[in-house]
Design a protein around this ligand. Sequence first.
Ligand code: NAP
Length: 237
Amino acid sequence: MDIRNKIAIITGASSGIGLATARLFSKKGAMLALAARSSCPKLPDSIIIRADITKPADIRRIVKQTLKHFGRIDILINNAGRGYDSLVTEIDFKKWQYIIDLDLFGPVRTMQAVIPVMKKQRGGVIVNISSGTALMVLPSMSPYSSIKSALSKLSQTAREELANEKIAVSVVYPYITATKFERNTLKSVRNTGEEEWDNTGIPPPDPPEHVARMILEAVETRISEIFAHDWMAKNRR
Ligand SMILES: NC(=O)c1ccc[n+]([C@@H]2O[C@H](COP(=O)([O-])OP(=O)(O)OC[C@H]3O[C@@H](n4cnc5c(N)ncnc54)[C@H](OP(=O)(O)O)[C@@H]3O)[C@@H](O)[C@H]2O)c1
């Protein structure tokens, strides 16, 4: 899909990957509905919608306001999200429920709100932002990686279910990306916070603009899955 003059909803557009995607899509001529709890950048032909993706009424409002302003929805980028680090034995169910509401139920509810619109229009593209952690087994990251795995599986299944409607569902797998993600990650790990994660020998973080280009590629090609780096797909576990 050529995104020029297309209408795209981007969730989590106030920071990091969502912000870089909003800037890139705007540069390429898309018209945007930018959603987050805090303020998003004012870009040409864009509207800003303050919304909390854990709240179903806010999700309905995003779709309603986008339709009211632009009259259609061609693209949905489900990007808003946060991490939650904990050993399996230490998982705090209240924190996990919050992250499930945000990282899994949020994108699914947004898909459910947008898909009837895309069906009527006879087409559209949905891109769900998963995580490289969904492809790996990483101690202390299971509350997050398991949710992103679920989102990936659900997206692949929705892709099959919606193929006849000309709606493509794609999954993007970022590698560690230099955003506020780590700072915003909830934690239930028994440490002092002073231990440094040993990251010797692993590739440096990607800039958010790298992931924004992957998201654009997913929309343009309607590809099923796209990985920040080839080695991530090859080492899938
Ligand atoms: N950075 C990484 O290393 C990495 C790696 C793999 C996958 N990812 C995924 O990439 C996506 C974007 O993360 P990021 O790295 O760009 O992190 P970020 O800089 O922390 O940005 C997260 C975005 O999500 C929004 N958000 C958080 N809670 C929200 C809520 N309740 N309602 C609405 N919006 C909410 C934030 O906006 P407000 O706070 O203004 O609401 C912000 O715009 C996430 O889905 C994350 O899981 C990140």
